[in-house]
Design a protein around this ligand. Structure first.
Ligand code: QAP
Ligand code: CO
Length: 166
């Protein structure tokens, strides 16, 4: 496995719309392992391929307290909003280190995706899982959590992250 470099906002490459994967081959398995390693190393709970400058529709998450439940989502789609009532959650992002912002999203959704075995799956998700899955699908579409906040706040975060760039 290898650690991947995470793009930091406002890197314009974070705005790339990712391409569908289609067939799950060895390169996608290797990518998802490297992404999981990179996510755990950064103490994250979710990471999209876009964030490591790979523009394929893949993301990994692990929201378990002891970080023992890695999950890989390939070509994910929100197929139905099961509860349109929006819930607010203080979201973070490995590409926006040190900043947490309240974002409102539908609280329960139905998601379809391809798993690592190449099988299409369907899942009803809510709570933190629904928040993270929607956040990661946004990444694959070039969208970031700062797009939901005021332009004044977004500009402040942009300037601070440009300054602290190593
Ligand atoms: C997405 O984000 C998420 O600022 C995953 O200094 C997180 O794993 C969606 C992280 C929460 C909804 C709620 C952030 C690590 C990790 C930081 C993450 C940081 C170190 C963020
Ligand atoms: Co993120």
């Amino acid at each position: 496995m290898s650690l991947l470099k995470i793009l930091i906002f406002p890197d314009p490459r974070l705005r790339t719309v990712a391409e569908p994967v289609g067939v799950v081959d060895e390169s996608i398995k290797k990518l998802s392992e490297d992404m999981l390693e990179t996510m755990y190393e950064g103490s994250g709970i979710g990471l999209a391929a876009t964030q490591v400058n790979i523009h394929k529709r893949v993301f990994v998450i692990d929201i378990s307290p002891d970080k023992t439940e890695p999950r890989v989502f390939i070509d994910p789609e929100i197929v139905e909003i099961l509860n349109p009532e929006k819930k607010s959650y203080s979201e973070g992002c490995l590409s926006i280190p040190g900043f947490y912002e309240e974002v409102k999203r539908p609280s329960k959704v139905k998601v379809s995706f391809t798993d690592l075995n190449g099988q299409r799956q369907m899942d009803e998700i809510e709570d933190l899982m629904a928040v993270v899955v929607q956040h990661e699908i946004d990444h694959l579409n070039g969208k970031l959590m700062v797009d939901f906040i005021s332009s004044v706040k977004r500009e402040m975060i942009r300037k601070k992250l440009l300054k602290t760039k190593v």
